[in-house]
Design a protein around this ligand. Structure first.
Ligand code: GLY
Ligand code: MN
Ligand code: MN
Length: 430
């Protein structure tokens, strides 16, 4: 979708937010809510700050992820009022304000001071944001019930939000292609990271989460956070989990690439990819997300048997005995939006068989979720199994060969539509 079409969706997005906020305010007995953008805290004992990513509700309205010390007032039946902090400062530049239609739907003003503007005559006012920013601000701070309702306004994405998520996928897919090429030509984790940044034209600090770039065994650490400067002498596998923020909206994509000559691992990657596509096809209105998670365990069980990793136990036993949990210890995914792990996924706590599942809801049109099955060789989970009473069922030789490849994760971003689903990652070539 060209920029003009995407921007043309903004006014409806703002109008929808206004309606949703009015309902949430009425439901909680408030006459207005003042939203703080937040600001980067200083590192303890230092004069340097952390890199800033703005508070979700502020981004929901403005898309301005880097705007600090700014405030937005929402009231029923009134034009939203935005105060952007733009100090005269010869040490730092102010972020550029893109010329976009949403600004016509707001009163936009500029402030020199970091403190909240004084908001008069609103009646009962809620103030939301990082508590560190709210100390002197009159009003009810972060009332829990209102926050729950406001989180709910982020669950069903507007057409504008979907367009942003598509764009975030499109850009990230270019990054993944570049990353894969650098890996296959012998590049290190650090060089792969540079290739991703160059192709996505995004600084690492601006990414929605720290890119996970694991070569060989590192692929088996779920949120591996370092980059080796040198490539290993024998590169065998790459797992890259990396996304992009576009006008506030995040993509969250993972791909796993076997090196040439890794036949056994490549077959497992192919098997997991087929499973992942089947799981994506399960996404539809009315489906319990936890059912997709459980289906993943059955699929992993079948894969482990087919790959010769385990024998003498049927798929059901592999799940019930916790064996699939050792290979796939995380949840099948989560909501995606302005935050990579977007809010409001768990009105119910996770079930006992899926303690790390971040989303336990029935799927509805407009929700956007990730589908990210994995299959890892994680020593701290695998070794106790091998040494325990079930150890006889494992093929140690096969496992020893696979360990050096670390693991596999394949992750797409999927919209729930009226008819079923739309894979936002695959449709842009991912
Ligand atoms: N990138 C973190 C996750 O996939 O949830
Ligand atoms: Mn994810
Ligand atoms: Mn991810």
């Amino acid at each position: 979708m060209p920029d003009t079409e995407l921007l043309a969706l903004q006014p409806d997005h703002i109008q929808t937010l206004q309606q949703r906020y009015e309902r949430a305010l009425a439901h909680n007995g408030y006459d207005g809510v003042l939203i703080s953008s937040g600001a980067a805290p200083m590192r303890y004992g230092d004069d340097q700050s952390w890199y800033f990513h703005g508070y979700g509700p502020f981004l929901h309205w403005t898309g301005l992820a880097g705007q600090e010390h700014s405030w937005l007032l929402i009231r029923p039946g009134q034009t939203p009022q935005l105060w952007l902090y733009q100090p005269v400062d010869f040490w730092h530049a102010n972020p550029e304000l893109p010329d976009e239609p949403w600004q016509q739907a707001m009163d936009v003003g500029f402030i020199q001071q970091r403190e909240a503007p004084s908001v008069e005559g609103v009646g009962r006012l809620a103030v939301i944001g990082d508590p560190a920013m709210l100390a002197q601000v009159p009003g009810d701070h972060n009332p829990a019930s209102l926050l729950t309702d406001l989180d709910e306004t982020r669950v069903h994405k507007t057409p504008y939000e979907i367009a942003c998520l598509v764009r975030a996928n499109e850009i990230a897919v270019h990054g993944h292609q570049a990353a894969r090429e650098v890996f296959l030509s012998g590049g290190s984790e650090f060089e792969i990271s540079l290739a991703f940044q160059r192709a996505t034209r995004q600084r690492e600090a601006e990414a929605p989460y720290h890119s996970i770039i694991g070569v060989n065994e590192h692929a088996g650490t779920l949120h591996y956070q370092y980059y080796d400067i040198e490539a290993p002498t024998r590169p065998r596998s790459l797992l890259i989990d990396a996304g992009v923020r576009f006008r506030g909206y995040c993509s969250d994509i993972t791909r796993t690439t076997p090196a040439a000559g890794e036949g056994r691992f490549a077959a497992l990657v192919q098997g997991l990819e087929q499973l992942q596509r089947r799981l994506c096809d399960m996404v539809a209105p009315g489906v319990e997300y936890v059912a997709i998670h459980r289906k993943t365990h059955q699929g992993i069980a079948a894969l482990l048997s087919a790959a010769g990793v385990v024998s003498g136990l049927d798929d059901e036993a592999l799940v019930e005995q916790g064996i699939t949990r050792a290979f796939f210890p995380h949840g099948i995914g989560h909501f995606l939006g302005i935050q990579v792990h977007d809010v409001a996924g768990k009105r119910e706590p996770s079930p006992a068989d899926a303690p790390f599942l971040r989303l336990t809801r029935t799927l509805e049109p407009g929700m956007v979720v990730t589908i990210e099955p994995g299959l890892y060789l994680i020593p701290s989970l695998l070794d106790p199994l091998l040494e325990g009473p079930l150890g006889q069922h494992f093929n140690h030789e096969v496992l020893d060969e696979l360990r050096g490849c670390g693991g596999i994760r394949i992750e797409d971003n999927v919209e729930v539509t009226e008819e079923g689903s739309r894979n936002l990652t695959r449709e842009v070539g991912g």
